[in-house]
Design a protein around this ligand. Structure first.
Ligand code: PEP
Ligand code: MG
Length: 925
């Protein structure tokens, strides 16, 4: 015997709290989401059928001990059963007044439908017969009994579904019954016998008549289902840890199938698709819960219940609003009405779309239920990403309609646009995605938990049956996959692998477009476009709150002189139109303008090539003078777009051969001319080829580029600095507030800066004098080479700002080529766990991060107010942003499209470390 408490009655939540360390999170971990919800509702006086929870710790012990109940657990389960008997006045297995229970899984984090449940435990031949007398409803009794035999057979005894489905279908056909409701009491009784025979034939023993044997086996089956394939797949996809275990809830059965004053349903306290504050759900009269969730029967809308069972509806509305206020979260509830009496069977935080998450957070903050900080914390950067995902272009949609390509309409279960090829089962959908990299739309009559791998592989999901709370809808919403359910005009033929709607047939592999936002489905491929952030008012409000949090002085603990507000978000933008977008997305500056991109434009490239090929400084200067007006107008556009905000312009960085024609192609042309004996143009091409060959380097990324190129050929950057300052001066004269910051790339030693920077500063000053204006400016450097990090104190004596170029810094720190590594070994490294994440996507804190921390700390020793940013790809990655907050960056800079995501991530970090649990310079994971 052990003292450990493995079992808690629903009315023992205080004990659970005590034993789980006093926190609600601890209770959820111990009793699971469902068990803790039922216990908490019991405490709040909500009508919950009596029952108890066997803990997740018991599940873990069971699995660890080679599938044996831990010592004392079964005795505690029996004792709890006695208590439930007392609470209900019924007895488990007693024919004169039988207690029936359900056995339900429930892990800490909801895993809808992934694990097992068995209903109606306690029924056997004797109790069934006596229940007929007690209820006077033989049809209900044998419908319930056959459900037990079937579920027990499938879930506990692992008999395949078809073993029950086929004889049922045969029986129905024989009796001419189309739907289940056509079957009589006699029929269900006969079916129960058929199902018992199925058990005997498949297992070699009889369906257990002993209720305690049923209970024991069902408890074990739920424990085991934690490690079932679909549960494991789901946890992998949802990022849920595999060592949590599931609790088992034993709940007194209440029946929604006891006639027309009984029913069952599921509902969300707000609309899970849009977030609108309105009860949203489905119910069925005279049915059991699984009928609603499986989406097999067409359900009624919850508001209709007000007409059918007004008393129960009123109580339901009152309880659910109480639950929402209690949890300060949108609730997803399950209820049953047994002969007019309402019972709540579950409450949990409801899964919702990204759009709903944002709206609910904003509304609840405005209702005073939560703070603005909590609202910001609730929304994840991934959800913001989803909201910025493509939508269908409305013009293209109108056109498709005009061309007769409208196919069907269903429920808009999960928003977003999906275009892909149709596949009708989960395995094929997954294979087509993984092996053939196809865009897949998974089409099914309805989905089951076994289909989740296909749903995750799909770009979009379409079902012909089921409603907004069906399995397909819930899972799609959770993973942000666009989804339309219940498109009932579509008839799916799973044998011929095709579907048909209004005479139009779509075969496997054909393209369709699914609009999860409107519920419409179209034939063929409809173009998509980026959504307009300015139209997403709730998201804009949330991001403004996020900015306010970051702008709060003192929110970041830091040494004297370091930034004490959170991170700002700047953007990488090369052209004025990118800068405008960045600004409209909330960027507070330009952190990187890669000037060389401008050299590639058609009119300019020949001039650039002429400049490179000219052997003399004078020749180069002449070509550069032609480029100057182009660069000046590019920069003027940037300054105008960013009026009042800093603009960091990086001087030329790549090796010059990148601007030259392809060597192989040129060689082919030369050979062709020689073979044909043509002389016209041959000499020019030969000279060009020789020049390109002369520029060849074995390791160009470690060669003549960045500041080395500027020192080797200063004319280029001299022109660029002149263009920057002429543009800034011209704009300043027009009243624009200009804040140019000139960035020198790839510095490895301070001597490089000492050589080049004063020359450039002289040009800047000369231009301002010529133009008769003066404004403040900065000269700084990118930190992209480990040596720069190690000697940052020296470098900061010259550089007025640092910007981490973490693409190169990662390349040089690991010695992995940023251009090739992801094509070969790097993916394997991640799969094998040699690297936790791809370091080109998420900053490697232990190596690259440590160098960054050294650079910031040492740099600020020389210049305490040194401005520090990041402009590598990591600047838009939330985990990397978190690290930048910790090391004391002033800002992160990322592509304009990621600016909203970065704004939210920056606020999350500011809130996470607020109050100084971690100081800005003591960094760790
Ligand atoms: C970097 O190296 O991180 C960077 C931003 O520069 P580029 O990607 O242009 O080399
Ligand atoms: Mg770089």
């Amino acid at each position: 015997m052990t003292d450990k408490q493995w079992v808690y009655l629903f009315n023992e939540v205080e004990e659970a709290e005590k034993n789980a360390g006093g926190t609600w999170d601890g209770v959820r971990a111990l009793l699971g989401g469902k068990g803790s919800g039922l216990a908490d509702m019991t405490r709040a006086g909500v009508p919950v059928p009596p029952g108890f929870t066997i803990t997740t710790a018991a599940c873990n012990a069971y699995l660890a001990e080679g599938e044996k109940f831990p010592a004392g657990m079964w005795d505690q389960e029996l004792a709890a059963m006695k208590q439930v008997e007392q609470q209900t006045g019924k007895k488990f297995g007693d024919p004169s007044n039988p207690l029936l229970v359900s056995c339900r899984s429930g892990a800490k984090f909801s895993m809808p439908g992934m694990m097992d449940t068995v209903l109606n435990l306690g029924m056997n031949d004797q109790t069934a017969a006596s229940m007929v007398k007690l209820t006077g409803n033989e049809r209900f009794v044998y419908d319930s009994y056959r459900r037990l035999v079937e579920m027990f057979g499938e879930v506990v005894l692992n008999i395949p579904d078809e073993a029950f489905e086929h004889p049922l279908a045969e029986y129905k056909a024989k009796k001419g019954a189309k739907v289940d409701t056509d079957l009589t009491a006699e029929n269900w009784k006969a079916i129960t016998e058929i199902f018992k025979k199925v058990v005997r034939e498949n297992k070699g023993f009889d369906f257990p008549q002993d209720p305690y044997e049923q209970l024991r086996l069902a408890t074990e089956a739920v424990f085991k289902s934690w490690n079932g394939k679909r549960a494991v797949d789901y946890r992998n996809a949802a990022g849920i840890s595999h060592d949590l275990g599931t609790a088992v809830n034993i709940v007194t059965m209440v029946f929604g199938n006891m006639g027309s004053n009984s029913g069952t349903g599921v509902a969300f306290t707000r609309d899970p698709a849009t977030g609108e504050k309105k009860m949203y759900g489905d119910y069925l009269l005279n049915a059991q819960g699984e009928d609603v969730v499986a989406g097999i029967r067409n359900t009624a809308k919850i508001e209709n219940l007000a007409n059918e069972l007004p008393e129960a509806y009123k109580e339901f509305m009152e309880i659910t609003s109480r639950l929402e206020r209690h949890y300060k979260e949108m609730q997803d509830v399950e209820f049953t009405i047994e002969r007019g009496k309402l019972w709540m069977l579950q409450t949990r935080n409801g899964k919702r779309t990204a759009q709903a998450e944002v709206k609910i957070a904003i509304d609840m903050a405005n209702e005073g239920l939560i703070t603005k900080e909590q609202a910001v914390q609730r929304v994840t950067p991934d959800q913001v990403d989803t909201l910025l995902h493509p939508q269908f272009d409305s013009k293209a949609m109108d056109q498709a309609k005009g061309e007769g390509r409208f196919y069907a309409k269903g429920v808009n279960a999960s928003p977003g646009a999906a275009v892909g090829q149709v596949y009708f089962d989960a395995d094929t959908a997954e294979r087509m995605k993984k092996e053939e990299q196809r865009d897949v739309i998974m089409v099914r009559p309805f989905t089951k938990p076994d289909d989740v791998h296909g749903m995750l592989a799909a770009k979009g999901i379409l079902t012909s049956e089921g409603g907004a709370t069906s399995h397909a809808a819930v899972v799609a919403r959770q993973f942000g996959v666009p989804c339309v359910v219940g498109a009932s005009d579509i008839r799916i033929d799973l044998e011929r692998l095709q579907m048909e709607s209004d005479g139009k047939v779509v075969k496997e592999g054909e393209w369709i477009s699914v609009d999860g936002t409107t519920g419409q489905v179209y034939l063929g491929q409809i173009p998509t476009m980026a959504p307009r952030l300015e139209e997403q008012t709730d998201l804009l409000t949330l991001l403004n709150w996020a900015d306010d949090i970051c702008a709060t002085p003192g929110i970041r603990q830091a040494p004297e002189g370091w930034p004490t507000t959170g991170l700002q978000v700047w953007a990488n933008a090369d052209y004025p139109k990118d800068a405008q977008r960045a600004r409209s997305y909330g960027a507070k500056g330009i952190g990187l303008c890669r000037t060389e991109h401008m050299f590639f434009e058609t009119e300019r490239l020949p001039i650039v090539q002429r400049m490179i090929l000219s052997g003399t400084s004078a020749g180069r200067t002449q070509a550069l003078n032609e480029l100057l007006p182009f660069q000046r107008s590019d920069f003027a556009g940037l300054f105008a777009a960013m009026d009042g905000q800093p603009v960091i312009i990086r001087l030329i960085d790549p090796p010059l051969h990148e601007f030259m024609p392809d060597e192989e192609k040129l060689l082919e042309q030369v050979i062709e001319l020689r073979v044909k004996g043509e002389t016209k143009g041959l000499k020019e091409k030969e000279d060009l080829l020789a020049a390109i060959r002369g520029m060849h380097e074995s390791n160009p990324m470690m060669g003549l580029r960045g500041v080395r190129l500027s020192i080797y050929m200063p004319e280029i950057v001299e022109m660029q600095v002149r263009a920057i300052f002429e543009a800034a001066a011209d704009e300043a004269k027009k009243g624009v507030i200009v804040k140019p910051e000139v960035m020198i790339p790839l510095t490895g030693t301070v001597k490089e800066l000492e050589w080049i920077q004063p020359r450039l500063v002289r040009i800047a000053k000369a231009v301002m004098e010529e133009k008769g204006v003066s404004f403040s400016y900065k000269f700084g450097t990118m930190i992209e080479i480990p040596r720069a990090c190690v000697t940052a104190e020296e470098i900061a004596k010259v550089a007025e700002f640092f910007s981490f170029g973490t693409n190169d810094l990662t390349q040089m720190t690991f010695g992995y080529s940023r251009d090739d590594a992801e094509r070969n070994f790097l993916i394997k490294y991640v799969e094998e766990g040699i690297l936790v994440k791809n370091p080109f996507q998420t900053l490697d804190r232990d190596g690259v991060g440590r160098l960054m921390r050294m650079a910031v700390t040492d740099g600020r020793k020389a210049r305490v107010n040194l401005e520090v940013g990041i402009c590598g790809e990591h600047g838009g990655d939330p985990a990397s942003i978190d690290f930048c907050h910790l090391v004391g960056n002033n800002y992160v800079s990322c592509s304009p499209f990621r600016v909203p995501i970065a704004r939210l991530a920056a606020a999350h970090s500011a809130l996470k470390y607020k109050g100084g649990q971690v100081s800005a310079f003591e960094v760790d994971k």
